[in-house]
Design a protein around this ligand. Structure first.
Ligand SMILES: [Ca+2]
Length: 103
């Protein structure tokens, strides 16, 4: 993922290791993983998918059938705790701004 898609801004957030003849997967990436990679939400965020093969390289087939971006409520809900870490603090500002920008 990248905050703006610029060169050098891409950070790996999630890696899925598959062997052969795998079926469809439905990985879920949580905000804590994105924040843990050092990415702050922005209106220009971008997602990139990379399919590679270990050596010796063979044929790589990959497909993305859909991407869903959703919000969720913290459990328990704490007013202002927008990064769902259980407290209200400085790190809640970026998610708040992102919500404002995204409407
Ligand atoms: Ca918080």
């Amino acid at each position: 993922m990248s905050e703006d898609g610029s060169a050098g801004s891409w950070k790996e957030v999630y890696r899925l290791h598959l062997s052969t003849d795998e079926t469809w997967f439905h990985p879920k990436i949580r905000w804590s993983q994105i924040a843990g990679a050092g990415i702050s939400p922005s209106a220009t965020m971008q997602i990139r998918f990379t399919a590679t093969d270990d050596a010796p390289a063979g044929t790589v087939e990959a497909a993305i059938d859909g991407v869903i971006v959703s919000t969720f409520l913290c459990d328990p809900v704490a007013a202002g705790d927008l990064n769902c870490n259980g407290s209200v603090g400085f790190d809640d500002i970026n998610p708040f701004v992102a919500l404002l920008v995204m409407g």
